[in-house]
Design a protein around this ligand. Structure first.
Ligand code: ADP
Length: 430
């Protein structure tokens, strides 16, 4: 038993003895005990009252003097108070430090609640998105109205950021990325990518300008070479051979320049491709006519058109997609190879698949095929005259149609390149 309880025990015992002696002296034990109990209760009530007063307004100060069990109660309570106060101060300091450090981050950070409402934002977010104190509690979609961002919110795939023009400053390009955390909260990170965007634009413009400038001199050189090659006197011997080589390399350069210009055009066309109905039978018939002459000896080229559905898009771009894929299939498969082009549609959209039974592509190269100038076998591709830009053009053209390029390949068995169009781009499905 603690000392306080021993004191309390002896206090009670002493009171009982006094009551007993008083009762015996006045010959009324009942009244004496009643008085003793009443006194004891009154004393406890008085202590309770002091505790209540102290808790009410004085608990910041040292506890009132007391002895016995009440001293113990005051003391315990006081210690608890002190410990809580210290913990609260530590927590407040931690929160302050966290807020100060996030406020100092150059990137914007916004904490969003379950209904996409703004719970908190740092200084950079305030500056980049022109937010103010009145925006706390507002839904983010009401403040950042760029369609690309709204679509990003709805789509639910937050692995990559979305790039938009800043809501209140057209010169500012922002990359916004949602990071889910907790039960259903999100952190919205906002990065200023204006410089990167400008550099990217400069790169695109440079490539477009350089290609454009190269076009005219190349046309002149190739024209003169044509004239020289028309002269039978020059065709004999080494000179004829050199001229033929120069002519071949010039047309290869012209092809590269044309492809670079085409790629720049696709990249610079920011908006999605138009929604013009395309007669796919006619388009594939045209591709067939254009690519038949490219077959090597014994190669077969078959078209299986299994749907009459119409694709909505830019005809020239889709024709270039299929021509590129068929051209590659014929170029990379051996003589006697078979190339099959199929056109199918279902509820998911339309698919143009180009299959060959050529050498196939090792898996590690597949993800890189749509990069500019990427070739699996550099030497061979150069010899065969490819520009290395065909699949980049295909990828960009399909992106402009909301579609994608799927590539499946098995080394030794062949490859299938599939241009996939989403259902919004397909009508009259059958
Ligand atoms: P290229 O002008 O060199 O054909 P592309 O961008 O069209 O450039 O293709 C990139 C590379 O992908 C090619 O160099 C080739 O290595 C590979 N490739 C493309 N299509 C096929 C195919 N059907 N079979 C095997 N390899 C292919």
């Amino acid at each position: 038993m603690s000392r306080a309880w021993v004191i309390e025990f002896w206090r009670g015992t002493a009171l009982a003895v006094v009551a007993l002696l008083g009762g015996l002296a006045f010959n009324n034990l009942g009244v004496a005990f009643l008085l003793a109990i009443a006194g004891y209760l009154a004393w406890h009530l008085h202590q309770l009252h002091r505790l209540e007063r102290w808790l009410h307004d004085g608990k910041r100060f040292a506890p009132p003097d007391a002895d016995g069990i009440w001293a113990e109660i005051f003391h315990h309570y006081y210690r608890l108070q002190k410990r809580n106060r210290a913990r609260k101060q530590r927590l407040a300091a931690l929160v302050r430090e966290f807020r100060d450090s996030t406020a100092a981050i150059p990137d914007g950070a916004i904490v969003l609640g379950v209904r996409w409402e703004i719970l908190w934002f740092n200084n950079a977010a305030e500056r980049l998105l022109a937010l103010g104190p009145q925006d706390a509690g507002q839904r983010i979609a009401n403040l950042v109205r760029a369609p690309a961002f709204i679509e990003y919110l709805v789509r639910g795939d937050y692995r990559a950021p979305v790039v938009i023009v800043a809501p209140k400053d057209e010169a500012l390009m922002l990359a916004l990325q949602l990071v889910p955390y907790g039960a259903s909260q999100h952190l919205l990170l906002v990065r200023d990518v204006t410089r990167l965007h400008r550099l990217e634009q400069m790169r695109r413009e440079f490539v477009a300008n350089a290609s454009h400038e190269l076009r005219s001199p190349l046309t002149v050189v190739s024209g003169y070479l044509d004239t020289l090659l028309d002269d039978p006197a020059l065709l004999d011997g080494d000179l004829g051979c050199a001229l033929a080589q120069m002519r071949a390399q010039t047309s290869r350069m012209q092809q590269i320049v044309d492809d670079l210009l085409e790629l720049s055009r696709l990249e610079n066309e920011g908006a999605a491709a138009p929604l013009l109905p395309i007669d796919m039978r006619a388009l594939l018939g045209q591709v067939r006519a254009d690519t038949m002459p490219l077959r090597k000896a014994g190669q077969t080229l078959e078209f299986a058109i299994e749907s009459d559905a119409t694709v909505l898009g830019a005809e020239k771009e889709i024709r270039s997609v299929v021509t590129n894929l068929v051209g590659n299939a014929l170029a990379y498969s051996p003589e006697q190879g078979a190339v099959v082009v199929s056109y199918t549609t279902d509820t998911a959209g339309a698919r143009i698949a180009v299959s060959d039974n050529g050498p196939g592509i090792p898996a590690e190269h597949i993800a890189h095929l749509t990069e500019r100038f990427y070739r699996v076998d550099r030497g061979r591709a150069r010899k065969d005259g490819g520009t290395g830009l065909g699949l980049s053009i295909v990828k960009h053209a399909l992106q402009r149609h909301g579609g994608r390029l799927d590539i499946e390949s098995k080394v030794g068995l062949g490859s299938t390149f599939t241009a996939v169009f989403p259902s919004e781009r397909v009508t009259g499905r059958s």
